[in-house]
Design a protein around this ligand. Sequence first.
Ligand code: GLP
Length: 233
Amino acid sequence: MKLIIVKDQNEGGQKGYEVFKAAKDANAKVFGLATGSTPLTTYAAITASDLDFTDATSVNLDEYVGLGEKDSQSYRYFMNENLFSKKPFKTSYLPNGLEEDAEKETKRYDKIIEENPIDLQILGIGKNGHIGFNEPGTAGDSLTHKVHLTESTIKSNARFFENEADVPNYAYSMGIGSIMKSKKILLEAFGESKAEAIKGMIEGPVTEDVPASFLQNHDDVTVIVDEAAASLL
Ligand code: GLP
């Protein structure tokens, strides 16, 4: 893993943008995207730049089950607000949270990923080491699946909802195996609350207990962290 330590999230966003730009200059056509507060400064830097994605495809990691594009807490809504409305892609895929048939939806999404191999995947990381919504205990070769969210993830993500009871209990997420197929991976983490997960991911054993640790088996991973997230390394 290539580790870049920055002062704060703003500098991290600029560095993240540079990784996107380099991929685009190298002719990347499919970008795997993530939600959460972590990639926001990278999306802001992309938005402020002259990078053009109208010939590119995006494939997002995950979506809450039960939320659709008009729900302001859905990941589709988040992506529209923070990136797509300002930097449109030719096509943007996310799992469909309103599809109740999990088997059908996860198969549909796996086919999308197969037909659009991801050149660059951006990731955040959960406090418990999850990537996408791949919670501890998820197999390293998992594909898109319906996830029962852990209490820790529901609690962390409650800050985006009016109250904790509104956080959906389930999500559709690309699997760890799906993420590992990406040609290049960029993982960002900012703040002290991520320090333990970052330590486990980089220095710990490769284990289902820390899903991000599987990234040690990928040969092209760039990690951008601020000093606080790097504090236990
Ligand atoms: C959610 C998302 C992850 C994200 C994580 C961290 O669980 N499914 O993709 O990495 O939150 O969120 P944040 O970046 O807000 O800390």
